[in-house]
Design a protein. Sequence first.
Length: 212
Amino acid sequence: MTGSYDSIDTLLSRYVAGALPEPARVLVAAHLELRPENRTFVGGLETLAGSELEAEAPVDIGGRDAQLQAIFASAPPQASVPARGDGVFPHAMRDFFGFDADRVPWRTKMPGFREFEMGEIDGCHVSLFWIRPGRKIPHHTHEGSELTLVVDGAFRDTTGRYGRGDIAIADQSVNHRPIAEVERPCISFAVTDAPLRFNGPIGQRLSDILGF
Ligand code: ZN
């Protein structure tokens, strides 16, 4: 991925500029289906960006402006994707993965923790996670950016609570041990650009890996 995302606003701005790698673009499009209120913000950015480009005098286009124009021209923003209520996965995710939540070819990585690894796409590692209610994810930090979109259930960590439609953003500055809420399994879509680094007390790490 290119750089880190210090906030949802930065992420949405890069989405509008067409500057996100494909898996991150899909993750944001899926978020916008589940959180229509953020579509207003994205729509406003698109309008502002559009009028800025129209206001540019063509003779004055330097390298930076040409680059910006290329960015805006290359990937038409898809913020107006209509929300569809007929699946667990938002439409953008179903198009990308080719299945919904009931057809994920999960592999159990740890007790109560399943993963589907789609592999490396556009410089990002792409995974889906299924976490048993109440399960803890071993304490870790990140060597790059980690974007996590919750599509079912919810989890909590030191930065807050994330439910369906929420994006959690983590990077080198975040050390966390996410815990799935007890009501139902938590299913999430994660896009990372560097491996996680597991840390924390060895005893706790071991019990978190074994799931008790
Ligand atoms: Zn993390």
